[in-house]
Design a protein around this ligand. Sequence first.
Ligand code: GLV
Length: 306
Amino acid sequence: MGIAIISPGRDVSKWKDNFQRLDASIKIQVYPDIIDNDDVEAVLLWQHPKGILRQFPNLKLICSMGAGVDHILSDREIPAHIPIVRIVDEKLTFSMTNYTLMGILNFHRQIVRYQENQKQQIWDMTNPEIEIHVGLLGVGALGGDVVKKLRFMDIAVSGYGNKPKTDLPYPYYYGDQLQKFLDQVNVIVCMLPLTKDTENFLNIDFFKSCTKGSYLINVARGKHLVEEDLLIAIEKGYLSGALLDVFRQEPLPKEHPFWHTKGIMITPHIASVTNPDAAAPQIIENYHRLKKRQPLINSIDPNLGY
Ligand code: GLV
């Protein structure tokens, strides 16, 4: 009995090595070479072929290879009774926070402008800093760490989410308080989980409601953003620019306007990539918990979608 790793097109040898190092008694099979379907009790998934889980009659646990589980829940054929867990890991959080801080500070200290000036040998000392108040959309495991580190740096920060939260040491807004939140902030970081409620959240109405000239950072999912609306928002000056790590279609097609739009900076979904050395132990821990019928760690609620 064992685990199947299903992540087409990715090199998963490090996951396999780690699993075997942590518990050599677990049988590890890697898609597309899964021969013994009956032996699959747990699966580790990233962009799996939809419907494939029906092939495993003894499946008892579904693990996401990343922090997000939208790629799993978008498969209409996943068996409803099987628990789903995601990765929550210090290394993943560390990288995500550092990427986000880099984007925030680049905007705050106008690095792109200085790079352009350097190319043209322009010595311009005016307005070296933009005053910022950062707004986090989503203050879960990842967003919460960004908030903590921004506060440590004395950078003003507010949070927004879908549920009330009490006793937070910083301003927090939820539900229909979005406008109040947007009125406070001029850097918006999207760290929301992708659910039916958050898909297309970053649309033209949202951008029109932002403080003029706000800067957007999207490190969550491409589907949070209506991409054409971002282009309009930048052209009209609702936003001054954006740093995007995720896109509706990845890799970003060569003809996509984001490659060349002034004010938009892109990276290829690398803000935080799960490190198998760091994350494999929690998969094995959950596998053992499953066997011992103990509560799982990092479970998600499929009804909430995160
Ligand atoms: C990456 O996008 C993840 O969900 O971990």
